[in-house]
Design a protein around this ligand. Structure first.
Ligand code: GLU
Length: 504
């Protein structure tokens, strides 16, 4: 292979769309990264292109296998699939930067052959002095190009003598401003003196981010680099590398930052920022994907519920906003509730059983054992739950053997008017004991005149029963709950509460 073989041939016509998400596994997948991944993925799908996952693991100290595994599982949880990358494989691999050393060596050879790279022998102390002097003069603190003056022979001789050196990019002296048309931010220009002859390869032979990343983009035939705009200042450097390589320049699309509700950069201070934390907290991947997609992109300026299939067909860079988006935790939670409500009954019931089984409240195959029971319960729960983690607290009373009245129930009902509680519970017991067919209709009929019988307002008349059944002053609808709980348990709970009441 000659050095130039490292790059795919420049094409004249439109190239098939290839985009990548290139996380550095120095931490877990956070919301900003997930949004970048979603945009790349949706863009690739909408253009019938390819979506590539590349792991930028060049920071050996901070990159860990655990983080890589976490990023992959978080992407999979979100429902993002990739055509090439870890697990998937592909023709442009390897997809881990640590396995791509040969590519960087070849790219450096190409840059040298094209007169775009030179060795720099300046020591850290010399560089520090240089920066200080430049600062004192009020000039740019970048590298002053001292080692550009070395001839190839001098440079080679010093390297052969074992003197440590780095490789720097040799930006042509007459290079003008570096400009590109950003697909989100529009025409963007950097003055020529804003980029110095930056380091491509460190003295230990490792490539820098600005070198490795864009070499990978070029060799992987990436057509669109869609990433956070914290990288925008790297773009001129990367364009220069591509010029030096004689490679095609991709379209850049820099996404605005995500801010917290207060307009400041989103951080842990505002709330959870890791994708996995949202999974744990009971958010649905579909809801999180929908919410993140809308943080800086809109379908038509008004539609808020957008599923993955719509994203995969309708996503476009034209509708990506330049302005930073504010993360609204309450809106995400609302959206999650909407997704729960929109679920098919059986699907929600299955999810419910999964959650309940996880808490040890039912066996994992309980839905298969009594589908009708769960189908009756599911709509009542999905109407009230905003998060999957709400399911167990809402339904626990239906699964446990004994319920204990909570503090509010004690203070607001049992201790407040014990005499009324006893009267109401006795009347309830009597009415329910007479019910022969234990279903909502018959239970309801038996309970209808309870307020008259105990001579109290409906809310006060039914409250003791609710406390007996659910241990709380708020619960699922009472008659339905009693049907689901069954005759024996219902009557037993009323009797138990009655027994604990002080004699009137
Ligand atoms: N590894 C870089 C990061 O995680 C990728 C930057 C890019 O997309 O070029 O920030």
């Amino acid at each position: 292979m000659t050095p130039t073989d490292v790059l795919p041939a420049k094409s004249d016509g439109a190239r098939p769309v290839r985009v990548r998400f290139a996380p550095s596994p120095t931490g877990s997948l956070h919301l900003g990264g997930a949004r970048t991944a979603i945009y790349n993925w949706a863009f690739a799908r909408a253009c019938s292109g390819s979506f590539i996952l590349r792991i930028d693991d060049t920071d050996p100290e901070r990159s860990t296998p655990e983080n890589i595994a976490q990023i992959i599982s978080a992407l999979q949880w979100l429902g993002i699939d990739w055509d090439e990358g870890p697990v998937a494989g592909g023709d442009y691999g390897p997809y881990f930067q640590t396995e791509r050393a040969a590519t960087y060596v070849q790219a450096l050879e190409t840059l040298r052959a094209n007169g775009w790279a030179y060795r720099c022998f300046c020591t850290p102390a010399e560089l520090a002095l240089m920066r200080e002097a430049a600062r004192a003069k009020g000039g740019s603190s970048g590298y002053d190009g001292s080692c550009r003056a070395l001839s190839e022979e001098q440079s080679q001789a010093r390297a052969d003598a074992g003197e440590p050196f780095v490789w720097r990019l040799k930006i042509p002296a007459d290079h003008g401003p570096i400009a590109f048309d950003d697909a989100v931010c529009g025409h963007t220009e950097f003055p020529e003196d804003s980029v110095d002859d930056f380091v491509l390869v460190r003295s230990d032979g490792s490539p820098t981010y600005n070198f490795a990343s864009i070499v990978d983009d070029a060799t992987m035939a990436i057509t669109h680099v869609i990433r956070g705009n914290d990288h925008v200042s790297n773009t001129p450097k990367q364009i220069l590398v591509l010029e030096g390589l004689g490679a095609q320049i991709p379209t850049f699309a820099h996404l605005s930052m995500i801010n917290g509700p207060d307009g400041k950069k989103l951080s842990k201070r505002h709330g959870s920022t890791g994708v996995e934390e949202y999974a744990d907290k009971g958010y649905l991947p579909e809801a999180l994907m929908n919410y993140l997609a809308l943080l800086g992109w809109s379908l038509d300026g008004e539609t808020t519920l957008i599923d993955a299939d719509t994203l995969k067909t309708r996503f476009s860079l034209e509708h990506v906003a330049k302005r930073p988006a504010n993360f609204d935790f309450a809106k995400l939670t609302w959206m999650n509730g909407e997704y729960l409500r929109a679920m098919e009954t059986d699907q929600f019931a299955q999810l419910m059983v999964e959650r309940l089984a996880r808490e040890g409240l039912c066996p994992p195959d309980d839905f298969a054992r009594r589908p009708d029971w769960y189908q009756a319960l599911a709509p009542m729960v999905s109407e009230r739950a905003k998060l999957l983690t709400d399911i167990a607290p809402i339904t626990r009373f239906l699964f446990v053997d004994v319920v204990k009245p909570d503090e509010t129930a004690r203070a607001k009902v049992l201790d407040k008017d014990p005499e009324l509680v006893q009267r109401a519970l006795r009347a309830t017991l009597e009415a329910l004991e007479a019910v022969e067919i234990w279903d909502v209709a018959h239970i309801e009929a038996a309970m209808a005149d309870l307020p008259d019988v105990v001579d109290a307002k409906p809310r006060l008349a039914y409250q003791p029963l609710r406390v007996a059944i659910a241990g709380s002053t708020v619960s699922l609808p009472l008659n339905e709950s009693m049907e689901l709980l069954g005759r024996e348990k219902t009557l037993a709970r009323i009797r138990t509460l009655l027994q604990t009441m002080p004699e009137a």
